[in-house]
Each structure stands twice: as structure tokens, then as C-alpha cells.
Design a binder for this molecule. Structure first.
Ligand code: 16G
Length: 169
């Protein structure tokens, strides 16, 4: 229920009413031509991904039913994707063979800052994870974004404030 999060959004916006000429929707394969990769390039290195490669990956993700939910925000006046976030649903044995949500690849176009779109898209993904039945949702982020995610109710687990560990290949 979106209304329970409305206090985090001032002025009030919602998935149904994200702001003038903005649309919150799932990723479409045609978003290759609406700048999804350029947008992701504001988050990290995208590398070389041509349309065929993009479509193959898009199809492969779709085949993993119930696993990848990519939400985007489109500016319909310019037909560009200006925000994105992904929910990955991991299937587990533990927690009664439960589901764990991973919040990934959250990015809002620099020119659309200050419209609360980051908050909107993260709240949307969290509600989706809860609706699907995930018992928790986790994320990794840069230190400077910790206050942002804390403002949306993410918290460090006891004794794990520095537990994001990685091996790079
Ligand atoms: C951040 C992102 C993660 C993304 C990674 C890319 C969120 C909450 N976290 O950790 O999803 O994949 O950056 O960085 O959006 P990398 O290129 O160093 O893997």
C-alpha cells in the first residue's frame, strides 16, 4: 500500500502520479532506443552492449520467471528513460524456502534530481518485493548514499555495518 509511505514523499507523488509527463512502468525491450544503457552509464561502467546483446539478455531475464523486475521512469515528452531500479528475487532453502529481494542498479538521470524520483522508485521496488512475499530486501551502495537509503527504512544489521564484501574478477 503506497499510502503508508506517503510521509516520505513531500510533495506527494505516487506510481500512478509520479509528476508531469512522467510514467512509471516495467522495462520494455524497446527501451534500448530510449536510453536505458546511457542512463545506467550514470551508475557504473556499461561497456559495449549492442542491441542484439541487449535483447538477448532481456529475453534471458524474462525467461527466469519471477526473478527480474526492472522498473523504469520515462519522460514521455522526450521518450527517454530517466530512472531505473531492479528487483532480483533470490530463491532460498532457508526461511521456509523463502524469497529474498535484492535492490539493484538504482539510477536517476542527473537532470531529474530533486523530483523525489529516487525515493519513488525505491519505494515501488520495496512494495513489489513485499507483495511477492520476500522476507527481506537488501542492497549495496556507496557510503554517500547511506543516508538516502536510511531515510527509506533500510538499516544495518547488528554487527554487520561493514559487511559488504566482494571479490572482483
Ligand atoms: C551499486 C548498485 C548496484 C550496482 C553497482 C555497480 C544500488 C542499490 N546498488 O552498488 O546495483 O550494480 O553499484 O557498481 O543501486 P560496480 O560497477 O562497481 O559493480
Amino acid at each position: 500500500d503506497f499510502s503508508q509511505h506517503s510521509s516520505k514523499l513531500n510533495p506527494s507523488i505516487s506510481v500512478m502520479d509520479p509528476g508531469p509527463s512522467l510514467l512509471v512502468r516495467p522495462l520494455y525491450s524497446s527501451d534500448y532506443n530510449k536510453g536505458i544503457l546511457e542512463l545506467l552509464g550514470q551508475l557504473t561502467q556499461v561497456g559495449y552492449v549492442d542491441q542484439e546483446t541487449f535483447l538477448k539478455r532481456f529475453t534471458a531475464m524474462k525467461k527466469c520467471s519471477g526473478t527480474y523486475y526492472v522498473i523504469v521512469i520515462e519522460d514521455t515528452t522526450i521518450n527517454k528513460v530517466v530512472g531505473a531500479a531492479t528487483l532480483v528475487v533470490e530463491q532460498k532453502f532457508v526461511h521456509d524456502s523463502g524469497l529474498r529481494g535484492l535492490l539493484e542498479d538504482v539510477v536517476i538521470n542527473d537532470n531529474y534530481r530533486g523530483k523525489q524520483l529516487g525515493k519513488l522508485i525505491v519505494i515501488t521496488v520495496c512494495l513489489l518485493a513485499e507483495h511477492i512475499g520476500c522476507y527481506k530486501i537488501t542492497l549495496n551502495c556507496k557510503d554517500k548514499l547511506i543516508p538516502f537509503y536510511q531515510s527509506l527504512d533500510f538499516a544495518f544489521e547488528p554487527d554487520q555495518s561493514n559487511s559488504c564484501m566482494t571479490i572482483r574478477f
